[in-house]
Design a protein around this ligand. Structure first.
Ligand code: UFG
Length: 326
């Protein structure tokens, strides 16, 4: 049993992580400023309302408990917004993470799992994307994640802070028990929006472009279940506890689905029509992002349990239906 600090615990992936860690018997302290997360999504353990920008509250947090490891999920996540307002992304994703790393070093906490992103790669030059693919982010969001990855290498060298960066492809799905799911505001992700269109919560979904170099012209993504991402985090922390070196891993299922294929699967799962119209391309969208996750499978013993797109969408659908009932 370990004592684990989860930063950004009230968000989509952080909240699922807390639930999993508690079910495994770990001690969990959740830290979140609730700027985009939800207090009621943190299902147990100690909750600390605090901000990574506040050095004093960070020192208090680390003075009060000794943590065996830290998981850093707190981040602004809208790629388009990051282009319009880079300051927000460099401050929130880069400077605030740096504050966390410095607090860890000051308090002799040496194990970190960091939420990175496929956005560190930019426009892919080969598919599937493995860890040796060039790192050329297209947006401040992707830049902020890559800068943290590079800082982590320096912090390992200088201070012995060991880290694993997990580069998620398209996080999706929801808690199979139906207790948690995506609650972004505004919601910008394809699957929850398609489900809301099926439910009539929004009038229609806009397909962002059908003139990409893909078989049906719409963008292809690699959707990965949130619970599988959490398993990867748990394995990554165990990997660090075993004395492994700092590293970065891609997390996806290795199978790409186009926007049209996702909409078709949403219609099959929900037995409803998804009203959709065609819009122009969204800037910064690569045509195709598909992960090669062999490294995570080999070194982290990661084995996704919900790789099937129908399962991912079914769990998200269960969550949207439940949200409707509340
Ligand atoms: N899409 C639409 N209409 C919508 C929403 C999305 O057509 O209303 C399309 C997008 O253009 C894209 C695909 O559906 O082709 C998936 O879009 P999402 O917004 O669900 O996810 P992204 O691929 O844009 O972003 C995800 C993560 C980011 C991460 C990025 C990596 O949410 O945090 O993958 O590139 F940076």
């Amino acid at each position: 049993m370990a004592n684990i600090l989860v930063v950004g615990a009230a968000g989509f992936i952080g909240s699922h992580m807390v639930k999993m860690l508690l079910s495994l018997g770990h001690e969990v302290v959740s830290f979140d400023n609730l700027s985009s997360g939800h207090r009621d999504a943190v299902l147990g353990g100690r909750f600390v309302l605090g901000d990574l920008a506040d050095h004093l509250s960070l020192d208090k947090l680390f003075d009060e408990s000794h943590f065996d490891g830290v998981m850093q999920f707190a981040s602004s996540i809208q790629v388009g917004e990051s282009v319009r307002d880079p300051s927000k992304y460099y401050r929130n994703n880069l400077v605030n993470t740096l504050n966390l790393l410095d607090a860890m070093v000051r308090h002799d906490v040496r194990h970190l799992v960091f939420s990175s992103s496929a956005a560190v790669f930019g426009e892919p030059c080969a598919i599937p994307i493995n860890e040796s693919h060039p790192l050329c982010p297209l947006t401040p969001y992707g830049q902020s994640k890559l800068m943290v990855e590079r800082i982590l290498a320096d912090y390992d060298h200088a201070y012995g802070l060991k880290s694993v960066s997990l580069r998620y492809f398209n996080a999706a799905g929801a808690d199979p028990d139906g207790l948690l799911g995506e609650r972004h505001d505004p919601e910008t992700h394809l699957i929850p929006l398609a489900l809301r269109a099926a439910l009539g919560h929004i009038d229609r979904l806009t397909i962002f472009g059908n003139d990409y170099a893909t078989p049906d012209g719409t963008c292809i993504r690699d959707y990965v279940h949130v619970e599988d991402l959490c398993h990867a985090h748990r394995n990554a922390l165990e990997y660090l506890f075993s004395g492994a070196a700092s590293d970065a891993f891609n997390l996806g299922n290795g199978q790409g689905f186009s926007v049209q294929e996702v909409l078709k699967t949403v219609e099959e799962v929900t037995a409803r029509r998804v009203p959709a119209n065609l819009g122009s391309r969204r800037s910064g969208d690569p045509a195709r992002l598909v992960a090669d996750s062999d490294k995570a499978k080999t070194l982290l013993h990661w084995s996704p349990k919900h790789a099937d797109l129908r399962t991912i969408i079914s769990h998200a659908w269960q969550w949207e239906m439940r949200s409707l009932a509340i």
